[in-house]
Design a protein around this ligand. Structure first.
Ligand code: MV4
Length: 448
């Protein structure tokens, strides 16, 4: 058991974790860089420690600074949030060596899922459907061409240490394969210090559908349904919804059962997300994320489950407070990521927020650490906040989203609010007919 939690993050997610802690009677320690002295997570936490200069590598990513903050405040647990140290297996080992509880999965599971080749083999072995392709890594261009000819073109060369779209090369035919293989390998070595690559059949028009799972230390595993995160730009999610407009109750139960069985066999602990590409009624595993995700609130809104509280309970050794049959899927939820970026060029727009008005009313949630007068620093991601709306039906949810977007005011910086205003009016968004390439096409068509 622990009663003081250090939150090793910043922004809206630090606040999200702080809120869960307070409702559980836990005290909180915020850590912050010198650029975040006036941040809301620092103001609200019970204690705070400055851990370094603005650069993340010298503050939010610095093991020694964070461990020192935990030691001097007597924090007995660390929640990493998302990004930063959330999927760093070495950090988990260091935390454990200090006798502190890491609120998250084991270092071994983080390490396994960080290696995309090992992850794919491991999940395939426990019954999760994967994209057809190489069995493990591919070592030579000759082998790559041979495999490409077997599985057919287009084919994809992916980096074992990649993920999130980094280190991928498409080959449209046998002639392109040798080049794609060599480029992918060279780029992977430069970017990740690891030149291991693997090959997959390229899926042309899939949706990105991910399944949320949660596992306790007593062997209980439950799935919390799916999120459709197909609306992305340059591998950054923009708009996410749950349930997916294309997944029926029967499909949800079927893939949910497969995933739960697999996660049990892996002995996984904590919250996790199994990412799939979904095309022509079939699921194909691509990656597993071993962290709380940015878009977790849409799952919380339809299941009424507080994922952060459950993470903390699991870390305290408690069993899940619900069983699979207790998990309801109620209505529909959508999340819009509101970034401090130009809505057309997506150029970052740091600076001072002048006016800030949060929308409200039934079914509206705003997860944000911003406020009027807050100065968005240029050093970190540009997320100002996440607007999450819930409705009884998808139609009601979209009407509510349009209404809430209309109420929201953020002035002084450019934001992506106008993009969301256009998305909520787009015919394909309203009909739910979109794939992973839809948003890039929409943006290209609206240029000039
Ligand atoms: C793919 C794919 C098509 N076929 N794999 C990009 C990020 C990484 N997580 C996996 N990605 C993809 N893998 C096969 N075999 C297309 C993508 C992809 C993508 C996936 C999800 C969401 C947006 C995307 C945008 C471009 C490419």
């Amino acid at each position: 058991m622990f009663d003081k939690v250090l939150i090793a993050n910043r922004g809206e997610i630090a606040l999200r974790i702080h809120r869960a802690c307070k409702e559980m009677g836990l005290s909180t320690v915020a850590v912050h860089s010198t650029a975040d002295r006036d941040a809301m997570h620092v103001r609200l936490a019970d204690e705070s420690v400055c851990i370094g200069p603005p650069s993340a590598s010298e503050s939010y990513l610095k093991f020694a600074a964070i461990m020192a903050a935990a030691e001097i405040t007597g924090a007995q647990a660390i929640h990493p949030g998302y990004g930063f140290l959330s999927e760093n297996a070495r950090f988990v080992d260091v935390v454990a060596a200090h006798g502190i509880t890491f609120i998250g999965p084991t270092a071994d599971h983080i390490r396994l899922m960080g290696d995309k080749i090992a992850a794919k083999a491991a999940v395939k072995d426990v019954g999760i459907p994967v994209v057809p392709g190489s069995d493990g890594g591919v070592a030579t261009a000759e082998e790559a061409v041979k495999l490409g000819n077997e599985i057919g073109y287009p084919a994809l060369v992916k980096a074992a240490s990649g993920g999130g779209g980094r280190g991928m090369k498409v080959a449209k035919n046998a002639e392109e394969m040798a080049k794609a293989f060599n480029t992918a390998r060279t780029e992977a070595k430069a970017a990740f210090g690891d030149d291991a690559v693997y090959i997959e059949k390229y899926l042309g028009k899939p949706r990105h559908i991910e399944i949320q799972v949660i596992a306790d230390s007593h062997g209980n595993v439950v799935h919390l349904g799916e999120r459709d995160c197909s609306l992305q730009r340059r591998h950054q999610k923009v708009f996410e919804e749950a349930p997916s407009p294309v997944i029926t109750e029967a499909i949800r139960s079927e893939i949910g059962e497969v995933v739960v069985k697999a996660i049990k066999r892996l002995g996984y602990l904590g919250v996790g997300t199994i990412e799939f590409l979904y095309e022509d009624g079939e699921f194909y595993f691509i990656e597993m994320n071993t962290r709380l995700q940015v878009e977790h609130p849409v799952t919380e809104q339809i299941t009424r489950i507080d994922l952060v509280k459950e993470q903390i309970r699991i870390a305290q050794g408690e069993p899940l407070s619900f069983k699979q049959e207790d998990v309801p899927f109620i209505g529909h939820a959508i999340e819009c990521r509101i970034n401090a970026e130009h809505p057309e060029t997506f150029a970052p727009s740091p600076g001072t927020i002048e006016d800030f008005h949060a929308p409200g009313g039934l079914g509206v949630r705003l997860d944000s650490a911003a406020y009027a007068g807050y100065k968005i620093p240029p050093y970190y991601d540009s997320l100002i906040g996440k607007l999450i709306v819930h409705g009884v039906t998808r139609e009601e949810c979209l009407l509510r989203l349009r209404r809430a977007l209309g109420e929201m005011v953020v002035s002084g910086v450019e934001t992506t609010l106008p993009l969301h205003q256009r998305l909520v009016d787009a015919a394909d968004v309203n009909s739910g007919e979109y794939d992973i390439h839809w948003l890039e096409r929409f943006l290209a068509n609206s240029e000039s």
